[in-house]
Structure formats: C-alpha cells, structure tokens
Design a binder for this molecule. Structure first.
Ligand code: HEM
Length: 445
C-alpha cells in the first residue's frame, strides 16, 4: 500500500482522466470497483478526478478514510459535500449539518434512538413484518428487491409515522415515488431544474415531502406517541433544547431516506447470498425457528449466524459505498495537500474488497466476522458500512433490528434458491440496487 509513511505534504497534480466534465462518473456508475481500483493502483490513496462536473479528491483505502472520519483539524464539512450530491433534496437532515450545529441536533436526536425506544420500534416491527411478508407470491421468478422495498416502506409508515391511518395508499405511493426521485438525483448529469430530468423530478419530490410532513405536524405535536415522527416532535434535552417544526420536517425526510434504501439493499443481498448458499440458509433458519414468535431486540442481538451473514453482505455490497465531504480550509491527508473548497469522496467501498485486507475478498464467507477469526480487525476502517467519526450512522442499531426481524420472519415463512452462478447486475447511479429486481425461486414452507 502506498499510504503508509508519507511525511512530506505534496500537492496533487490534476488528473484529467475520462471526459472533461463528467470525468470518471460513467466509469464509477458502471463499475465502481474497477474505477476505484484503477484510481488506487494508478495514483495511490489520495488523488484527484473530475466527477459530476467538479474536481474531487478521492480518498481510497482504510488509512485515507480514517483520516477523513477522524477529521482532526475540522477541515471536512459534510453538509457542503453531501449538499453537492443531494443537498436540495435532503436539506438540513442530520447528515448535512456540521460542527456545533450538528452536535446540538445529534444530541437531541439521540434520545429517539435509546435502547428503550429501539425496543419499542422493534416490537412494532414484528406484526408489520409478518403481515407484510404473508402475501408474497411464490414462484421461480420472484423479484425480491421491489417486494422488499415495498415492505420497508410499509415498515417506515408503521414505525416512523405511526401507521397507515395517517395517509391513503395513493398518497403513500406518491410519497414513496418522491423519495425514490430524491435519492436518484444524486448522480444526475444535469444538475438544474430542467423538466424531464432526474434533478427536476427530485425538486418536485422534495416539495411533496415537505407538504406531506408539514400537513401532519400539528396532529403529531398535539399528543404523545411512540412512532419516530411523534418522538421527534416531543424530544427535549435536559437543558430544554427542542426541534422546531422545520427541523422535524427536515429530519423526517432525511431519516426516511436514510432508513429505507439502505435496509432494502441489505436484505436483498442477504436473500441472494442465502439463496446461493443453502447451508447458510439452513443455519440461519434454525436460529430463526428457535426464537419466540415476536422476538425482542435482545433476542435479535443474540442471533449469531444471521449476524455474520448480515455483516458479510454489508461488506460485499455496502448500501452507502462512499460519503461526501468538502474541505472548508486547507488541509492534508497522508501527506497530500487538499485545498479549501475541494469536494472529497471518502470511498469506504474499496476497503471492503481489498485483497490487502481480506482473504479472497469476492468470496461469500460470513465466518470472517466470527469470534475465532475477526478478519475485520485487520484495520479499524477495513469494514465501514456505517461510516465513522461524528457522522457515524445514528440508526445502525435500528437497522440491525429491522434487517434481522425481516430475515427471521422470511426464514420462517419461506425457502428460496438463487442460481449459484448468478451475479446481480448492480446499478450505482444512486445507492446500489439490483437492476433486475433480484430474482429468486421462492417457495412457502
Ligand atoms: C444497513 C442500513 C444502513 C447503512 C448501511 C447506513 C449507513 C450510513 C452511513 C455510511 C452514514 C454516514 C454518512 C456520513 O458520514 O456522511 C449514515 C448516517 C446516518 N444514518 Fe444510516 N445507515 C443505515 C440505516 C439507517 C437507519 C435505519 C437510520 C434511521 C433509522 C439511519 C440514520 C442515519 C442518520 C440519522 C445518519 C446521520 C448521522 C449524522 O450525521 O450524525 N441509518 N448511515
């Protein structure tokens, strides 16, 4: 690896690889691993490229990612980095706030993710997951990804918004589409309000979401409740800090986005791998069958095989492959100068697949996370699906409970297989998803 032992600060020469304006965008969207690997092999852990019309510094490999997450001199801001990709659509979500303001909002929001609250959300998930899975249509060509996406949206309605009575199925469909439009704009080549473009659709989506949450705010403020929307309305720290109405709307829009596609792709990858590795599916099923009908969070925490499979799938297909930052002052990473104003891409995805860190990285091998191996400990940042530093995912325990709940109920209700030679055709135009909808041969048990 070229990142160790560099002591002198060097200025990066411009890298004009790829087309002048879009640079590496197409290479990344088509094959992110090949793009990151060739960038790393050619230029090392810190290098420049054109990406989506701007010059970016790419941080590749665990040492460079660690430096950005540690952010020792507070040079990297999240809001302006993510803002370039998704800003207008997820404006003032927690991930887009920085420094003192971020700290203040995160402190308030943490109370929505305490152990007690998570136990409550997990209890609400159980009947919703069981019912949501019951109507899946079995057959040799069941498309798991869209079915899981619908399920996780229903769960979000239940746990985040307090149930479907808040809205009608038609409106929910429009809300779902608005989220999809907002997420898909991230790698849009046209980045202006032009009709018919992904960016234009996302701006309309954001307006719809603001109107939707704004309309329901008063009712949520008026009485306490256990769903996340109500909780955000009523949170108050010991020193009396609360969220304003606008804060609640902004946080809800961001949280639904943060929770939705990420959990969906995790379960979809798990279904693929368990369909291709029946011995693991059986091992996980035995664990699922040993649990009570409606497992608590502590019982889900005790799952071993399902936990190993989840970690391995998060390694193979990290739902958030990179995070965006902007240098707000001159700084350096591993001895390389990064000027103020530069966009920075922290590409955790590459670390997950580096043969320098993992034995046979493309192989599905959940045991690498088992206590007797713990291959992930090779480097603090070898496995970073939830990011690191002050912006590390606030929902990671909720995500674990949701993903495991879905798996437990799936394994009890169904069996499935996937062709061992199948390779999912992934889209990386936004968060990753399988373009073919992830076909599985699904049978009821
Ligand atoms: C497998 C599922 C998930 C993955 C892989 C994931 C990944 C991530 C990553 C990588 C970040 C860091 C972004 C950055 O540093 O810029 C993040 C932030 C965040 N995530 Fe998650 N996430 C998941 C699920 C969830 C869920 C279910 C929720 C909420 C219920 C959630 C809420 C958040 C929040 C609030 C932040 C912003 C934290 C901050 O800026 O302080 N995430 N997530």
């Amino acid at each position: 690896m070229q990142d160790a032992g560099v002591t002198q600060t060097t200025t990066l020469p411009p890298r004009r690889r790829g087309l002048p304006w879009i640079g590496q965008t197409i290479h990344y969207v088509r094959n992110p691993m090949s793009m990151m690997r060739s960038q790393y092999d050619g230029w090392g852990p810190v290098s420049d490229t054109a990406f989506l019309g701007k010059r970016w510094t790419m941080l590749l490999g665990p040492d460079a990612c660690e430096a950005a997450f540690r952010n020792a001199d507070k040079a990297f801001a999240s809001g302006e980095g993510w803002g370039y990709l998704v800003g207008p659509f997820f404006d003032r979500g927690l991930m887009l706030l920085d420094f003192d303001e971020h700290h203040r909002h995160r402190r308030i929001m943490q109370s929505a993710f305490t152990r007690d609250r998570l136990e409550g959300y997990t209890a609400a998930l159980q009947p919703a997951v069981s019912a949501g899975l019951a109507h899946w249509r079995t057959g040799p060509d069941f498309r798991a990804y869209p079915a899981l996406k619908e399920l996780t949206l229903d769960l979000a309605t239940e746990v985040f918004m307090g149930g479907a009575e808040l809205t009608t199925p038609d409106e929910l469909e429009r809300v779902n589409q608005a989220f999809i439009d907002c997420v898909q704009a991230a790698t849009s080549i046209v980045r202006a309000n032009v009709p018919g473009t992904r960016w234009g659709r996302a701006l309309r989506g954001r307006r719809l979401l603001e109107e939707f949450f704004g309309r329901h705010l008063e009712a949520k403020r008026s009485k306490p409740g256990d769903d996340l929307f109500s909780v955000l309305c009523h949170l108050e720290t010991d020193d009396g800090e609360r969220f304003s109405d606008a804060d609640v709307v902004n946080h809800m829009i961001f949280l639904l986005m943060a929770a939705h596609d990420t959990s969906t792709i995790t379960v979809s990858t798990m279904m693929q791998q368990l369909g291709q590795h029946p011995e693991w599916q059986q091992r996980c099923r035995e664990e699922a069958l040993a649990l009570p009908d409606n497992p608590t969070m502590s019982e889900l925490d005790g799952l071993v095989a399902i936990d190993l499979v989840m970690k391995e799938c998060l390694r193979l297909v990290p739902p958030v492959p990179m995070v965006a930052r902007k240098a707000v002052k001159d700084t350096e990473v591993l001895g390389h100068h990064i000027p103020a104003g530069r966009l920075v891409a922290v590409m955790m995805h590459l670390s997950h697949h580096m043969p320098e860190l993992w034995d046979d990285p493309e192989r599905f091998d959940p045991e690498r996370f088992a206590d007797h191996r713990r291959d992930d400990k090779v480097h603090r940042h070898a496995w970073d699906p939830f990011g690191g530093g002050v912006h590390k995912c606030l929902g990671l325990f909720f995500a674990g409970a949701e993903v495991k709940t879905i798996l437990v109920h799936l394994l009890r209700q169904y069996e499935w297989t996937v062709d061992p030679g199948y390779v999912a055709p992934m889209s990386y135009a936004s968060l990753p998803f399988p373009k073919d909808g992830q076909p599985v041969h699904l049978t009821r048990r």
